[in-house]
Design a protein around this ligand. Structure first.
Ligand SMILES: *Cc1c(COP(=O)(O)O)cnc(C)c1O
Length: 361
């Protein structure tokens, strides 16, 4: 059996060495006589796994002490509802900057709980750009400003942190967390589902400035209360232990590879290579996103002739390159190239794309 290069947007490819380690530890975790998924989340073995994962993520991202880190169930979508419930008062204003599909889901989830203001949107232009900061219509008294750091489907990424003054900046980093150095202190909340860049689906990371845990928020069950999760170290109920463990192995792998500085370099090279193939194809391949905000993680592209989509996918698969079909919302192709996608995989895809153009162009 040979593993293909897997360009899936999420759940996405994981480092092979992590999968091998998980396989080796599957039946007997470090001499415990059982798999880590068969042991109590309150036992010493899993507590060690959980605490190391948090410590490693703090190291990777240089997370300041005045931020709490949570490992929660429910995916990024659940956080999109929990954020207004926890840090906005009933009917309080919240500003949203809409730059793609996941911004829309964030708005949908928050709408029941806040007086939602779309401060800026690139929807009219087909989500191919990010509205200039000077054009944002921010509210004076918003509970927070929400952005999607990287739009996984549209391939649009903030390349710097917008200045929103004293209002807490809340950012969905599901598909770009740990892809490059980030100044966490510029954010009120950073959240991410794990299945793009952190590990397996089933666990989400929430990084929240501790003073925001004191917001009264809205009437909500204890299980939807971030402060309660922080007080119980994300073990208010049984956490997704297997997912947390695997994410922890991915963090250790990232640290061993050189951390976010190293991944920033690799990710810049990987995305530049694909955009170069696209831009130098004379229109055979096309990416319509404004160059300054093109995503380094998700490279959507279209072929000149839609009739070539099927042969492209079939021949790519033959060549050991899988999951390149674009999201149904926009069609075309998409190459997701998170940290765990090796440079050799992107080079193989670039070579394939050039060959395919020669053959069919
Ligand atoms: C995948 C994704 C989501 C949705 O994540 P779930 O874990 O399925 O809820 C939200 N935001 C972004 C940016 C994503 O890439």
């Amino acid at each position: 059996m040979t593993r293909a290069y897997n360009f899936s947007a999420g759940p996405a490819t994981l480092p092979e060495s992590v999968l091998q380690q998980a396989q080796a530890e599957m039946l007997d975790w470090h001499g415990a006589g059982a798999s880590i998924v068969e042991l109590s989340h309150r036992g010493p073995e899993f507590l060690q796994v959980a605490r190391e994962a948090e410590a490693d993520l703090r190291t990777l991202m240089s997370i300041p002490d005045d931020y709490a880190v949570l490992f929660l169930q429910g995916g990024a979508t659940a956080q999109q509802a929990l954020i207004p419930l926890n840090i906005a008062s009933p009917g309080q204003k919240a500003d949203y900057v809409l730059t793609g599909h996941w911004g829309k889901t964030a708005i949908k989830q928050a709408k029941p709980y806040v007086d939602l203001n779309i401060a800026a949107s690139s929807e009219a232009g087909g989500f191919r750009d990010i509205p200039a900061r000077g054009e944002w219509q921010l509210s004076d008294d918003a509970a927070y400003v929400h952005i999607t750091a990287n739009e996984t489907i549209h391939g649009v990424e903030f390349r710097d942190t917008p200045d929103v003054g004293d209002t807490p900046l809340v950012a969905d980093f599901s598909s770009s967390i740990v892809s490059e150095p980030l100044d966490v202190s510029k954010y009120g909340v950073i959240y991410a589902g794990a299945q793009k860049n952190l590990g397996p689906v089933g666990v989400s990371v929430v990084i929240i400035r501790r003073d925001l845990l004191e917001c009264a928020g809205q009437p909500r069950a204890d299980i939807f209360n971030y402060a309660s999760h922080v007080a119980k170290e994300s073990m208010l109920n049984t956490p997704p232990t297997w997912n947390w463990y695997l994410a922890g192995l991915v963090f250790k792998w990232m640290l061993a590879e050189g951390g976010v500085e190293e991944f920033a370099k690799r990710n810049a090279r990987k995305s530049a290579l694909l955009y170069d193939v696209i831009d130098s194809s004379g229109g055979f391949y096309r990416n319509e996103v404004a160059a300054a905000v093109r995503s380094r993680m998700n490279v959507p592209f279209f072929l000149k002739d839609e009739a070539l989509d099927k042969p492209f996918l079939a021949e790519a698969k033959e060549a050991g390159l899988i999951s390149l079909k674009g999201h149904r919302a926009i069609g075309g192709m998409r190459a997701s190239i998170y940290n765990a996608m090796p440079e050799a995989g992107v080079q193989a895809l670039a070579g394939f794309m050039r060959d395919f153009q020669q053959k069919h162009g």
